[in-house]
Design a protein around this ligand. Structure first.
Ligand SMILES: [Cu+2]
Length: 144
């Protein structure tokens, strides 16, 4: 009887909170060297659902994850993760996000996170304010 009541409560909670139950957390490693070269996120391109989170793991020290102001969907909150620490970011605004590692941005340590079903493509030419190596890696990621 007690057992059934507990199951009933869980079922009701699941019905009331479909987003919380379905939201996923995706893991991204921050590495000095990976399959894609030096100073990389692995994976460097994620497509996630609205409300999902990304857990950034400093597999090697000296990295972080931060939003790039020129590559942030309208209405999204900018973020700046701490160096060498784990960070979880929840994505509640749909669109295409450019992510950078603050110390290694000029070396091209960037990734793309697409949130939601409709993703606006990046402009054909990325802004000049984005360092050349980062721009090249964005182009390479998005050409796959
Ligand atoms: Cu880095």
């Amino acid at each position: 009887m007690k057992y059934c009541a507990i199951i009933g409560c869980i079922a009701v909670a699941a019905l009331l909170l479909p987003d919380a139950v379905m939201a996923e957390t995706h893991e991204v490693k921050m590495l000095n060297r990976g399959a894609g070269g030096a100073m990389v996120y692995e994976p460097d391109h994620l497509t996630i659902a609205l409300g999902d989170s990304v857990h950034f793991v400093p597999t090697q020290k000296g990295h972080n994850a931060a939003s790039i102001k020129e590559m942030l969907p309208q209405g999204a909150t900018p973020f700046l993760g701490p160096l060498s620490k784990e960070e979880t970011v929840r994505f509640d605004v749909a669109g295409r996000y450019g992510i950078k590692c603050t110390p290694h941005y000029a070396m091209g340590m960037v990734m793309v996170i697409d949130v939601g079903e409709t993703v606006d493509p990046l402009p054909q030419t990325l802004p000049d304010t984005i360092p050349r190596r980062a721009r090249e890696r964005f182009e390479e990621i998005l050409s796959r």
